[in-house]
Design a protein around this ligand. Structure first.
Ligand SMILES: [Zn+2]
Length: 213
């Protein structure tokens, strides 16, 4: 203590200015650290809120509160999952313009018979082809939940892999598909050999209550 006092006595005026500058810098650093901490806390709150909303959407036991489920699904779809939602909104507007009627499936908006073959999902919107089966809305709604879980990553992980898988599937099973007599559940099992597709079907069926054959 004594030595520090002696050192202060020996400080020149320019040393004192430098000392104050250092103190200001230290305060600035502390302030910055505080701000960073706030930011960090905000991020923490956001991630907890996202997790709660995902749970609200994806918990099968929430059947007693469908409005709450739909609300949390749309909040997530329009924030974290906005990329697919925006693209789906554009596609929905195109089909509306063509005179197709929008329908509702557990908070999702969908259109039927938009094309001869193949269905697709874009966030809270899905579009069914003429070849859709009883489980297809559940499968597409499962992709809607993958979107609220993965957000922008969903476009890459699910969007691209689904597209590639669908092309591969239609090539590999061209004969069965053309026969028109392929058992729907066998077709589903063949398509769901892809784990991301299997996950979408299982999640949609589980949350929205479908017994798969
Ligand atoms: Zn799919």
């Amino acid at each position: 203590m004594k030595r520090r006092h002696d050192e202060e006595q020996r400080q020149t005026p320019s040393d004192k200015v430098r000392g104050v500058e250092n103190q200001i810098k230290a305060c600035h650093r502390l302030h910055l650290a505080f701000m960073m901490k706030q930011k960090h806390t905000a991020l923490k709150i956001i991630s907890i809120a996202l997790a709660v909303l995902i749970l609200l959407t994806a918990t099968p036991a929430l059947d007693f509160a469908p409005t709450l489920r739909t609300a949390s699904f749309w909040v997530l779809s329009c924030t974290w999952g906005i990329i697919a939602t925006a693209a789906g909104g554009v596609q929905a507007l195109i089909f509306l313009h063509r005179g197709l009627e929008p329908k509702f499936f557990h908070g999702n908006i969908y259109f039927e018979n938009v094309r001869e073959k193949g269905s697709n999902n874009l966030g809270p919107f899905f579009f069914l082809g003429e070849d859709a089966e009883y489980y297809t809305p559940y499968h597409e709604a499962g992709h809607g939940m993958q979107n609220i879980l993965m957000g922008p990553l969903c476009v890459v992980i699910v969007g691209i892999s689904s597209e590639l898988w669908y092309r591969n599937f239609t090539r590999e099973h061209a004969e069965e598909l053309a026969s028109g007599t392929w058992d729907p559940d066998e077709r589903r099992r063949a398509y769901d050999r892809n784990p991301i597709e299997r996950w979408a079907t299982a999640w949609g069926a589980r949350v929205y209550g479908l017994e798969l054959g």
